[in-house]
Design a protein around this ligand. Structure first.
Ligand code: AHR
Length: 503
């Protein structure tokens, strides 16, 4: 049996857990918007055509901010196509996803939907095929109260209050050859810097995210961040990171250690940002917006490539509809642990995506909506990871992986909420075969009890929730958790994600 021991002391903190860490992402892609959040003919649809069963699940998920409208989609998008009378909105070809965009949903409708789910908008401007002028236009339309052409246009469209969007992305994945308008770091940096400066001329308090690499595996990774930040350092607040993980050749040991890669990615980007800070003798610190992260079976499917004839590109086709297993959810929960562990520098994150497209929530047209396995680590962490992330002392054995070398078999993070006096510990057992006996030295926490203990695991690592069996996988109470003096102990099943609360 594996033995691991964690020492928790609430005096040693990493940083506050920003609520924006529990953000997500809605792109005009596949059935995320149409037949996902929006389905006017559905029995649960409200007067605006939004599915209320989906709204309830999004609330339960605990999503705090949502990035919109893309993604690769945004680099061909004209935001003005999506506002004004619906019957006048143009149908357009979406080159990113070989689909037809009807523009029934745009900025105003999405803002209305966000009001219903209680989340903040994070808006991405198109720097792929457009530039400074269009970014200024959408900013004026969205955020100016009244009295200008575009703000009055919004009011005429029925939205008297400004949308007051604080967080803006300067394009999407501009380092990727697949991106419309893909460019060099130098060219992108110039455009991003000009756009940011212009947007800040209108409102200096905006929070701006410049594009980092679309993955640590990109050949330009590292240099891209340095060059982009050298030119934009004074104009932006965040640099973005994107990362998706999947098992390669059934190498599940490496897959289960994906968070090691996320840790290294975050630490490399932080080091690069701080290198530029030093070069500039700047007092300002650039933080990370990890605005796309998830498990995504990218190499298994290529549905987009199969949609070839632009004369018949479909509306809202089924694309990227990954079904997530228990093992995927354990990896996913470990990625959340990595984000929380870096709370001092990762102050915004977006789970990609939210509904139907590589998503925690699935829907059937005219039918049910259900929770994928990945729903649970996210909803539980959003509810319990409050206050500050703690610096931990974790003693755990290691095992070898083909992708990352020796990795700790147990990984953990803890948060402490001074308001409620609650400590939450999130723990992963990455072993494929062995359960672990896990102990927490809680002496520095005072007289605490285990107030809840929940684990996500299953004898069948590939078990998933589906339309026909939506509740196949659920988190279960972990009845092994107990306190003996200042030591808390719990048994962690093989391939499991566990959360303990102590209070
Ligand atoms: O989330 C799916 C796609 O992944 C996004 O559109 C793009 O930004 C990334 O490559």
């Amino acid at each position: 049996m594996i033995h691991a021991r964690l020492t928790i002391d609430p005096h040693f903190t990493v940083g506050p857990v920003n609520r924006r860490l529990f953000g997500s992402f809605v792109e005009h892609l596949g059935r995320c918007v149409y037949d996902g959040i929006y389905e006017p003919g559905h029995p649960s649809a409200d007067a605006d055509g939004f599915r209320t069963d989906v709204i309830e699940l999004v609330r339960e998920l605990g999503v705090t901010a949502v990035r919109y409208p893309g993604g690769n989609f945004v680099s061909g998008y004209k935001w003005e196509d999506g506002v004004g009378p619906r019957e006048q909105r143009p149908r357009r070809l979406d080159l990113a996803w070989h689909s037809t965009e009807t523009n029934e949903i745009g900025l105003d409708e999405f803002a209305t939907w966000l009001g219903k789910v209680g989340a903040e908008m994070m808006y991405a401007v198109n720097l792929g095929t457009r530039g400074v002028a269009e970014a200024l236009d959408v900013l004026e339309y969205a955020n100016i109260r009244s009295g200008t052409a575009l703000s009055d246009n919004r009011i005429d469209n029925g939205h008297t209050e400004p949308h007051s969007i604080r967080l803006w992305c300067l394009g999407n994945e501009m380092d990727g050859p697949w991106q419309l308008g893909h460019s060099t770091a130098e060219d992108y940096a110039r455009l991003a810097s000009q756009t940011a400066a212009a947007m800040r001329q209108l409102d200096p308090s905006l929070e701006l995210v410049v594009c980092g690499s679309s993955g640590a595996q990109m050949p330009t990774f590292g240099e891209w961040e340095r060059i982009v930040l050298e030119q934009t350092y004074d104009d932006v607040d965040f640099i973005s990171c994107h990362a998706y993980y999947e098992p390669k050749d059934d190498d599940y040991a490496s897959f289960l250690a994906s968070a090691v890669d996320m840790d290294r990615f975050i630490e490399a980007v932080t080091a690069t940002a701080d290198h530029v800070k030093a070069l500039r003798r700047s007092d300002k610190t650039i933080n990370i917006s990890f605005d796309e992260w998830n498990v995504w079976y990218q190499t298994r499917f290529n549905e987009v490539d199969k949609i070839t004839d632009p004369d018949s590109w479909p509306v809202a086709p089924r694309l990227l509809e990954d079904s997530y297993s228990v093992m995927d959810a354990v990896v996913f929960g470990n990625l959340l642990i990595s984000l929380l562990r870096h709370s001092d520098r990762v102050t915004s994150a977006s789970l990609a995506q939210l509904v139907n497209v590589i998503a925690p929530i699935m829907t059937e047209p005219g039918g049910a909506a259900w929770r994928q396995t990945t729903f649970f680590p996210f909803s539980i962490a959003s509810r319990l990871a409050r206050g500050v992330a703690l610096e931990l002392k974790l003693d755990a054995p290691t095992h070898d992986t083909a992708a990352y070398g020796a990795v700790p078999t147990i990984d953990a993070v803890a948060t402490y909420d001074a308001e409620t006096g609650t400590t939450a510990a999130f723990i992963v057992n990455r072993s494929l075969s062995e359960e672990a006996s896990f102990e927490i030295d809680a002496s520095a926490l005072g007289d605490v009890e285990v107030t809840s203990a929940v684990s996500l695991y299953d004898d069948d690592l590939h078990a998933a929730n589906t339309l026909s069996e939506p509740d196949r996988v659920r988190p279960r109470e972990n009845t092994s958790a107990r306190r003996d003096g200042n030591t808390i102990s719990v048994t962690l099943p093989a391939v499991s994600w566990t959360v303990l609360t102590l209070g």
